[in-house]
Write a protein that binds this ligand. Structure first.
Ligand SMILES: Nc1ncnc2c1ncn2[C@@H]1O[C@H](COP(=O)(O)OP(=O)(O)O)[C@@H](O)[C@H]1O
Ligand SMILES: Cc1cn([C@H]2C[C@H](O)[C@@H](COP(=O)(O)O)O2)c(=O)[nH]c1=O
Length: 216
């Protein structure tokens, strides 16, 4: 039976790498995938992983009908044996419904990849709809780690290393970034709740309040 599968996790846990591996394994057996992405860091119409691999993708636009796109593609003689949708958190809930229809009415497997929650630990609307509709939700097993060594479960947005909690839900960025840029850091829940990033934890450890007293 074809399935809608949602592969999720924090940023930097290997979602895009897995998407590229699924694509590689299927294309090596002569299958052809339809690859959707949106706002990938590598640019428009790309699906990229931090391991350096990248492939072309159809850049999903606002209001684009993904079911209609596939029907047009197939009826014009194009081929699609399965569908991959990366950065699926950026898709609208209606577009997730369209992906579910691709599974049910076109009998294609759809593999969607995305982060579940934003920098405020709220569900992205697209991810919420995926959790509601997916046949399977798979949490990636290569865990990203918080600076404290615990499993990272949350995404923090940072400016100058300091966690921020105000701003637009969507701001494309990376976990590696210039110190003064908006960036992201994955944290365990405890440190996300306390807004304690690697930089602020380091600063707190060095603050005079916690330095040992010297006799000199
Ligand atoms: N230099 C490296 N050597 C080995 N693995 C790396 C390296 N850089 C990144 N990775 C792996 O790639 C993962 C990020 O992969 P990516 O597919 O870009 O993540 P996601 O799509 O979930 O944000 C990291 O968690 C790490 O496991
Ligand atoms: C937490 C959070 C993330 N984003 C953006 C930042 C990146 O461009 C993507 C996630 O990509 P990845 O391949 O999973 O690393 O999402 C955002 O726009 N808003 C957020 O709150």
């Amino acid at each position: 039976m074809p399935e809608l599968v949602f592969f999720c996790g924090t940023m930097d846990c290997g979602k895009s790498t897995l998407a590229l591996q699924i694509e590689h394994n299927r294309s090596a057996r002569g299958l052809q995938g339809m690859i959707f992405s949106r706002d990938d860091r590598a640019g428009e119409g790309k699906l990229s992983s931090r391991l350096g691999l990248v492939t072309d993708a159809v850049e999903v636009g606002d209001g684009q009908d993904l079911y209609g796109y596939l029907v047009d593609h197939l009826s014009q003689g194009g081929r699609a044996d399965y569908v991959i949708a990366d950065e699926a958190q950026f898709l609208a809930p209606e577009q997730i419904d369209q992906l579910a229809r691709v599974v049910d009415d076109l009998s294609l497997d759809v593999y969607a990849f995305g982060i579940t929650t934003d920098f405020r630990s709220k569900l992205f609307p697209g991810s919420q709809r995926l959790v509601e509709l997916a046949d399977r939700v798979e949490v990636l097993q290569v865990e990203a780690l918080c600076w404290c060594g615990a499993r990272a479960t949350h995404n923090a947005r940072t400016i100058g290393g300091v966690m921020v909690v105000e701003g637009a839900q969507v701001v494309v960025g990376d976990v590696t970034h210039a110190p003064d840029e908006v960036g992201y850091e994955v944290l365990c829940r405890r440190h996300h709740r306390r807004r304690m990033t690697a930089a602020t934890a380091r600063a707190a450890a060095l603050s005079p309040d916690v330095l040992p007293m010297t006799s000199a």
